[in-house]
Write a protein that binds this ligand. Structure first.
Ligand SMILES: [Zn+2]
Ligand SMILES: [Zn+2]
Length: 185
């Protein structure tokens, strides 16, 4: 299974957008400058004028995207993705605006930024569903992290967003808890 094939279709955008809202870290979309940097990093060109309202709309999109990862089953995830596509009236259109290479936009020029990001992220998640099903949409098992990820492992066994960091921290914590339990009251 090749997950690289749709990295440009919004799945990275979806994951990074959700994870920008840190559980134990400062918000990565804390202000307009941070939003501008985020958009640049994700090659969202010509985002239109940025304002507090626009930032608020983008932030409000994050729990909806997280909900797709948390969905109880594939049907629920598909429903949420379809809702996002419907609300944003997503319609793939080729464009080479501003001298860029041909790429797809899913909302018309001038659409609100949050709608544009929602459509793009929903298309990315739709790609994951199509290629591997809902089991591929993971949430880090480290309760101090809870970041989302796409599980590209062969047997869908990935439990942590970052096995070296979160996997390690979690096993150390579990080990300590076991030792405490053994020591008794
Ligand atoms: Zn573009
Ligand atoms: Zn993690």
């Amino acid at each position: 299974m090749n997950f690289d094939s749709y990295t440009d279709c919004g799945v990275v955008l979806a994951v990074d957008l959700v994870n920008s809202e840190g559980i134990s870290e400062p918000d990565e979309l804390g202000d307009l400058e941070a939003l501008r940097t985020f958009l640049e990093d994700h090659e969202i060109s010509a985002p239109g004028p940025l304002s507090a309202v626009v930032l608020g709309e983008v932030m409000a999109l994050r729990p909806r995207l997280r909900a797709v990862f948390e969905a109880a089953d594939g049907a629920a995830a598909a429903r949420m993705i379809n809702d996002l596509l419907q609300e944003t009236a997503a319609l793939p259109q080729l464009t080479d605006h501003d001298g860029d290479a041909w790429h797809l936009h899913f909302t018309p020029p001038g659409a609100p930024l949050a709608a544009r990001l929602a459509a793009e992220a929903a298309m990315g998640l739709a790609g994951v569903m199509r290629a591997g099903g809902h089991e591929r949409l993971g949430i880090c098992a480290d309760i101090a992290c809870l970041e989302v990820f796409v599980d590209a492992s062969r047997n869908r066994s990935r439990r942590f967003c970052n096995p070296d960091l979160c996997g390690n921290r979690s096993s150390v914590a579990a080990h300590r808890a076991r030792r405490r339990a053994m020591a008794g009251p």
